[in-house]
Design a protein around this ligand. Structure first.
Ligand SMILES: Cc1cc2nc3c(=O)[nH]c(=O)nc-3n(C[C@H](O)[C@H](O)[C@H](O)COP(=O)(O)O)c2cc1C
Length: 321
């Protein structure tokens, strides 16, 4: 997939209504990722159909009390496909559907349905927290790779894989996903930790928007992976300014996704970032993003592991009161 520039709208409610989607296109978005459809939503619906239940949501919500009821989701599985078709009709820029799940299974059927509904590409979000002490890193990674393979086998459109940073050997997993056919790697999911209310003895959830400080983790891994995988690389998390886009590109990003900044400042802010980017590039005499892409990667560093240790020690020694 060829894009005119790297600014893509990340998976979020920003694309929930057609006016919003048109505003993002008018502001210059290169592509839009729709919010996710979740494995659990699809599995529940498929199970309900199988058991021929009239009101699947209520029955299954009782069975798993902490699982969100179907009406907690903005779009159900069937509505999702309708919405995708309507968004495709509303804009000319590429529309990327998002499938969110981490274990191979029947829900992957939706990849094909999304492609059939007109998705130009898929983003497969593998968000998962491994809590079972009997489950090994190898188990988790094998399932992730199998999931990617299964999705790739069911569609011909490009598939990007959105990942969390919490893997012991992330570079190896990235390479294996690349080998399994991932066309893009999207780094990284944010880790949404609930707080606790010590009086009510309850978990409390509040989604805080990001700021540019979250970019560093992404820059770090972009720099490590750039030049080492065939898949395109996308940053999600902490892209707020033109300078953030420059930094991400220099560490190797082909795409920089934005969500928090656009939720905070509105769709038109995307145009501001694009304009600022052009001004910055002119000032520092860069004629294209392609020429700066990866010029700050660790690919050519002879011993990246030693470089990482050195970086760590220098950081600690560099602190002054
Ligand atoms: C309100 C909201 C809803 C989101 N919904 C999804 C989603 O459905 N699927 C997904 O993969 N990411 C979702 N995200 C995560 C974003 O796509 C993005 O990865 C994250 O916000 C980090 O980017 P940012 O720093 O530009 O906000 C959502 C984020 C927000 C703030």
């Amino acid at each position: 997939m060829t894009l005119p520039h790297p600014l893509v709208v990340g998976a979020s409610p920003l694309s929930d209504d057609l006016d919003g989607v048109r505003r993002l296109e008018d502001a210059g978005a290169a592509a839009i990722v729709l919010r996710s459809l979740f494995e659990e939503q699809i599995t529940r619906e498929q199970l309900a159909e199988y058991m021929n239940l009239d009101f699947p949501g209520e029955s299954f919500a009782e069975a798993i009390s902490y699982f969100p009821s179907p009406n907690a989701f903005a779009l159900g599985p069937v509505q999702y496909l309708d919405h995708l078709r309507r968004v495709k009709e509303a804009v000319r820029i590429p529309v990327i559907a998002s499938l969110n799940g981490a274990t191979p299974g029947g829900w992957i059927e939706y990849a094909r349905l999304m492609a059939h509904a007109g998705a130009d590409a898929l983003e497969l979000n593998l968000y998962r927290i491994a809590t079972d002490p009997d489950t090994t890193s190898a188990d988790i990674e094998r399932q992730a790779i199998e999931t990617v393979r299964a999705v790739k086998q069911s569609v011909t459109i490009p598939v990007a894989v959105k990942l969390s940073p919490f893997y012991a050997a992330f570079a190896n997993l990235a390479r294996e996903l690349d080998r399994a056919g991932a066309d893009g790697l999207v780094l990284f999911n944010r880790f949404y930790q609930p707080d606790i209310d010590p009086v009510e003895l309850a978990a409390t959830r509040a989604l805080h928007l990001s700021d540019s400080s979250e970019l560093r983790l992404r820059l770090h891994w972009m720099a490590i992976l750039s030049g080492r995988v065939r898949a395109s690389l996308a940053v999600t998390g902490g892209v707020h300014t033109a300078l953030d886009v420059v930094k991400a590109t220099m560490t190797g990003a082909h795409v920089t996704q934005m969500v928090s900044a656009l939720l905070r400042h509105g769709a038109g802010y995307l145009r501001t970032v694009l304009d600022d980017l052009a001004v910055w590039m002119e000032k520092y005499e860069w004629d294209s993003l392609a020429t700066m892409r990866g010029n700050m990667s660790l690919f050519k560093v002879p011993d990246p592991d030693a470089y990482e240790r050195a970086n760590y020690m220098l950081m600690l020694q560099g602190w002054r009161a």
